[in-house]
Ligand binder design. Structure first.
Ligand code: ZN
Length: 338
């Protein structure tokens, strides 16, 4: 299998990543486990997707170990020397622990050390959104910027904060802008959020919220936000109202981030960003009306779609071997470094 990650307008991964150590990356989702092996030229020599083993942490580690064993039998230019694992939820990259991943039922899972013990290779752990943000910063739309915000808008909303050229992860807790309350405290219409709070940004502005809120208002069942955007373009007042609320929420959340962090750019990723200017233009207009003296950030689409996690993971795994500090700050020197 000789696959290459290539998104519209992007060069092949061999040109994006460049030469370096061969590494293996796992992008763990609640349903699917994506994986890829990057060879010494920077190309994805192997890629695949398989259902995530969810029965127990032991079964999950067995699944990863089996996949690593397959590719360790490859020739040296494709034999992984380090492993990156991108996990959802609260991830402490510095200790290699998944503090909490609700979708997988994991709490305080010392994933890095457990996998290192099984496969005998260095392992770096990262949060999936932070790692995607790293890919955009090192290789994509935010390349060369010192300060940026990478927003990932899909089922939920999360972000990666790039500060002074590094991903700032707040020990795993930073970037959770989807769970910033946007409703006044006196609001009686704040929508309950999956996190247990209510009135969070993602209850009005995520792709799934747009679809859900439109169905609630109109009584028309829709599969996704794309249908709501199409309905709005056709003059459906309910769709226009739901999208107004969604764009208002995004603009307000970005305005708070701009006031606090002054990012040079805000990068839009995730499923909703596929809407392109249909999303960016109304958010930019609102943001422009909110800001005063603030530095206005560029609003840009992400360069990498679903491949961002694998690319960012490859960067992390190579950094581990090159004695650099991965995103989130691995404070403890790895015994695997030579
Ligand atoms: Zn929430």
């Amino acid at each position: 299998m000789q696959l290459s990650v290539q998104t519209a307008g992007s060069p092949p991964t061999s040109l994006i990543l460049g030469p370096g150590a061969p590494v293996m990356v796992f992008d763990v989702g609640g349903t699917d486990l994506k994986y890829g092996v990057v060879d010494s030229t920077g190309r994805f020599a192997h890629q695949g997707t398989t259902p995530t083993a969810r029965a127990s942490q032991g079964e999950f580690l067995d699944q990863l170990s089996r996949l690593v064993a397959i590719y360790r039998a490859e020739p040296p230019e494709r034999r992984p020397q380090a492993i990156a694992v991108n996990a959802p939820g609260i991830v402490d990259a510095s200790t290699g622990v998944v503090v909490s991943a609700v979708n997988l039922g994991w709490t305080d899972f010392a994933l890095s050390s457990a996998l290192e013990a099984r496969v005998g290779l260095p392992v770096v752990l990262g949060n999936d959104v932070q790692v995607a943000g790293l890919a955009e910063h090192r290789l994509g739309a935010a390349k060369g910027l010192r300060n940026a915000l990478v927003l990932v808008i899909g089922t939920g909303i999360a972000s990666a904060v790039i500060l002074d050229g590094e991903v700032y992860d707040g020990d795993g807790y930073a970037g959770e802008i989807g769970h910033a309350r946007m409703e006044p405290l006196t609001s009686t219409t704040a929508i309950p959020c999956t996190c247990g709070a209510s009135g969070c940004l993602q209850t009005v502005s995520s792709a799934s919220a747009i679809a859900r809120n439109y169905s609630a208002v109109s009584g028309i069942a829709v599969v996704g936000a794309k249908e709501v955007m199409e309905a709005a373009a056709a003059g459906d007042a309910a769709a226009v109202g739901v999208l107004d609320q969604a764009y208002d929420g995004l603009a307000l959340a970005i305005a708070q981030s701009v006031a606090l962090l002054a990012p040079q750019a805000v990068i839009f990723g995730g499923g909703l960003s596929n809407a392109g200017d249909a999303l960016l233009v109304p958010v930019a207009d609102r943001l422009d009306s909110i800001l005063s003296f603030h530095r206005r950030p560029l609003l840009l689409p992400a360069r990498f779609g679903s491949s961002a996690g694998l690319l960012g993971g490859a960067v992390q795994a190579r950094q581990l071997l090159c004695k650099e500090r991965p995103a989130g700050g691995r404070q403890t020197p790895s015994p695997w470094r030579d």
